[in-house]
Design a protein around this ligand. Sequence first.
Ligand code: KG4
Ligand code: ZN
Length: 336
Amino acid sequence: MLVLGVETSCDETAAAVVEDGRRVRANVVASQIATHAPFGGVVPEVASRQHVATIVPVLERAVSDAGLTFRELDAIAVTAGPGLVGALLVGVETAKALAFALGKPLVAVNHLAGHLAAAFLEHADATPPTYPHLALLVSGGHTALIRIDAPGQTRLLGSTRDDAAGEAFDKVGKMLGLGYPGGVQIDKLSATGNREAFALPRALPARDDVDFSFSGLKTAVSTLLSGRKAPPEGAELADLAASVQAAIVDVLVRKSRRALVREGLGHLQVCGGVAANRGLRAAMAAAAAEDGFRLYIPPVKRCTDNAAMIAAAGSQALQRGERSSVELAVDPGLPL
Ligand code: KG4
Ligand code: ZN
């Protein structure tokens, strides 16, 4: 089965073709980062307009990269939420028009289910997680620990009470003058910094839950900066970046370990844009070696937003018999 995935929930216009839910035949991502960078974050209206300008060439490119014509596709999967409403509309309306014109089935995909499905795409040196397993979903909009018993069968165990992990990276990055998106810059700087140079708070450590909170970290960095004459630079900036990254990563690792024990699970998958973070990948690998759980983190390009993960989740949904009609509407607040 050849499924075309379409993703426009935020600032990536993406299309991909996935065969049998596993094999990535084409994966095209047109990033809008350069467009939004001068504003220090994603501007929703600008994102929608750019999706409108880019979506058709991106779709054409994905289908031709897969060595196919549109008529050879078996189905179309599209992100219907959560995300920016105007951005989602572009993908959903285009996918609906395409499905209608081609007479092919259409299926709506939850963006978060897409991130969770990325682990099931074929990858040379890893076998996908088995069920049941735990997922740590860390992105710009979400931070959650989810128990997954079967495809589409999920239970939310804990989530952030304020900022998402990616949001914390990006907001602190902005305070440090690192540009957008801050997460990637903090990751780069951390490579040469000392993670113990600045003592930063780890939220909710003693609580027996698996929830997160990152607003205190943001405040701590803001207080630290306001007490100084000049912003840190050079080696000191790298030290601060490394300390911020360590504070975020420590909490993500600690709560994931706690959830694995509490749920009696031996497999963890980490997904979402923040799963691209090298500090998080290394710390999770160390925890897995120490505790003896099996860890799966997709390759970096499948952690950040892409449409291959949407096609993979769409394939799972189609197999369960799900179909969407041409009346499909976007839902910016869609829960998992
Ligand atoms: O999953 P994603 O591409 O979009 C959402 O669904 O939100 O995640 C984007 C988030 C941004 O906050 C970005 O800063 C963060 O992922 N991110 C990273 C890294 N790469 C992307 N954060 C830390 N380190 C990275 N290497
Ligand atoms: Zn995402």
